[in-house]
Design a protein around this ligand. Structure first.
Ligand code: CU
Length: 138
């Protein structure tokens, strides 16, 4: 399952605001504790921030588990790039200007999948590489 959407930069803020509205009246004093806990309690998706720049991905190794829901928050630090995992049929354009793109996937096959840049970004474009490592064990 794959999807790519531009995220509102304040996604987590809005998310937390929604949670806060639900629990605030009775649990206001416990809020600092709940703020830390809530994202895991209500959203089992593993979220990983990925930054693209000339000419690298950071991190270069993205390790996830087979079957887990993963959301990659992918952003460019300079010009437009592409985030492509050819073996998974995934390709997202990552625009210049710092817009975070949410790339969501649930790996159904263990293995190592090459990530490349799919948008020509300069002399070092061809050496832009990273790896999605899908581990079968928990
Ligand atoms: Cu490129």
């Amino acid at each position: 399952m794959l999807s790519v959407v531009a995220s509102a930069p304040a996604f987590h803020t809005h998310h937390m605001a929604r949670i806060a509205r639900t629990i605030t009246p009775t649990l206001f004093l416990a809020l600092p504790f709940l703020v830390g806990l809530a994202p895991y309690a209500v959203d089992p998706t593993r979220t990983i921030d990925v930054t693209l720049s000339r000419y690298a991905f950071s991190p270069e190794r993205i390790e996830v588990l087979l079957g887990e829901r993963v959301r990659l928050n992918v952003v460019s630090a300079d010009r437009a790039h592409g985030f492509q995992i050819r073996k998974l049929g995934l390709n997202a354009r990552i625009p210049a200007g710092g817009t975070t793109m949410n790339v969501e996937l649930t790996p159904t096959e263990a293995g190592t999948f090459e990530i490349t840049c799919s948008e020509y970004c300069g002399i070092g474009h061809g050496r832009m590489k990273a790896w999605l490592i899908v581990r079968p064990d928990r």
